[in-house]
Ligand binder design. Structure first.
Ligand code: 0PR
Length: 352
């Protein structure tokens, strides 16, 4: 029996998407390779270097270093780990806006660091004054988000970077979702805009690569040394990744997608997704819902739970924010036709 995976035609909740055809094809070819063992699998290992070159170019990093992680979670955990290793304090803390992804809670838990969560402002961005008031001599890391999970907001990255520097802490930018759309906006978010030390930027989200393909970038290769452990029975001598064996599918598909789409294809995709988000926001506003303006291709609106459940029952895959709003992510597989059909279903519910 063949079981079919979830179709994308009603998925409005996911930060993952249909891989680009070239990414899918590359993933299949490299499925049985293991970039965790570069001595045995040199081809995929060379591809990983290429992936990091490309990611560095996208993220304004002159001498790119990093690796292709299993996703944003691993990249975020590893960023916290680097900062903890670099910290002088015996009781290191990490300062993050409340919009930060829950993977940082896992990081704090596993790594035994204190996580200090700072409120966001009325536009859902990190409050600079609150971050400044929260850091101290024990702060190992300040986190900024460039494209938040719930509202697609971009924190004031240069200001947060300065605060991190003022207490000798490291500065991490989580662009896991935003990294492939932000290059086409005016936001200041990357290594060239601020003293960024580490960044998460995931090909398997807006980058249209196959899962698993996350990205960890570091300002200089020495930072990876903080993660490296000796690997006595591999041909290579050390390993910086959190996972051991990992699929070459993610690496190969990331390179294939970036080769194909950077920059023109990603720009076209950003424009399309952003227009769709604005169209949906307008459609919801016209129907009387309060909408959080989509500064990136992500729409939140105060659609009540009953309506939400009724739409889910019609097969729509939807998610909600912590504040209990409807949340729709305009990923590449989300078309205008899909959104029009969704709004049509919403209208039919309202009539009843
Ligand atoms: N950083 C940010 C800003 C994120 O939005 C996410 C994922 C991560 C890090 C973690 O990335 P990984 O899931 O690759 O480890 N945010 C989505 C979320 O939590 C993840 C997701 C993706 C959820 C696809 C559902 C789904 O179908 O909503």
């Amino acid at each position: 029996m063949q079981i079919e995976p979830q179709a994308f035609d009603r998925v409005l909740s996911s930060m993952c998407t249909e891989p680009h055809p070239v990414a899918r094809e590359a993933a299949e070819r490299f499925l049985a390779t293991n970039p965790g063992d570069p001595g045995t699998y040199p081809t995929v290992s060379a591809l990983e270097d290429e992936a990091i070159e490309r990611l560095g170019e996208i993220a304004g990093l002159d001498e790119p270093a990093g690796y292709v992680a299993s996703g944003g979670t691993e990249a975020n955990v590893q960023a916290v780990r680097i900062a903890r290793e670099r910290a002088d304090s015996s009781r290191p803390n990490v300062v993050m806006p409340e919009s930060g992804h829950f993977s940082f809670r896992k990081a704090a838990d596993v790594l035994g660091v204190e996580l200090r969560i700072v409120p966001t402002d009325d536009r859902h961005r990190a409050t600079v004054e609150a971050v400044r008031a929260t850091v101290d001599d024990d702060t190992a890391l300040v986190i900024g988000v460039a494209g938040t999970t719930e509202y697609g907001r971009v924190d004031p990255i240069p200001e947060l970077g300065e605060i991190a520097r003022s207490v000798d802490a490291m500065f991490h930018v989580d662009a896991a979702w935003g990294g492939f759309v932000l290059p086409f906006t005016d936001y200041e978010w990357h290594f060239g805009h601020a003293p960024v030390d580490t960044m998460s930027i995931d090909p398997h989200k807006m980058g249209q690569a196959a899962v698993p393909a996350g990205g960890l970038l570091v300002r200089s290769p020495e930072l990876l040394d903080e993660l490296a452990v000796d690997t006595p029975y591999l041909e290579s001598t050390s390993q910086a990744t959190l996972t051991g064996t990992r699929s070459g599918a993610g690496v190969a598909s990331a390179v294939a997608a970036m080769d194909e789409l950077w920059p023109a294809g990603y720009r076209r995709q950003y424009v399309r997704s952003q227009n769709n988000a604005e169209w949906l926001a307008d459609a919801l506003k016209k129907r009387g819902y309060a909408v959080v303006e989509p500064s990136l291709p992500l729409v939140a609106a105060d659609v009540d739970r009953g309506t939400f459940e009724a739409l889910r029952a019609k097969g729509w895959r939807l998610s909600r924010t912590a504040a209990d709003e409807l949340r729709i992510v305009c990923m590449p597989h989300v078309t205008r036709t899909m959104l029009a059909s969704f709004v049509g279903d919403l209208d039919r519910l309202e009539v009843r």
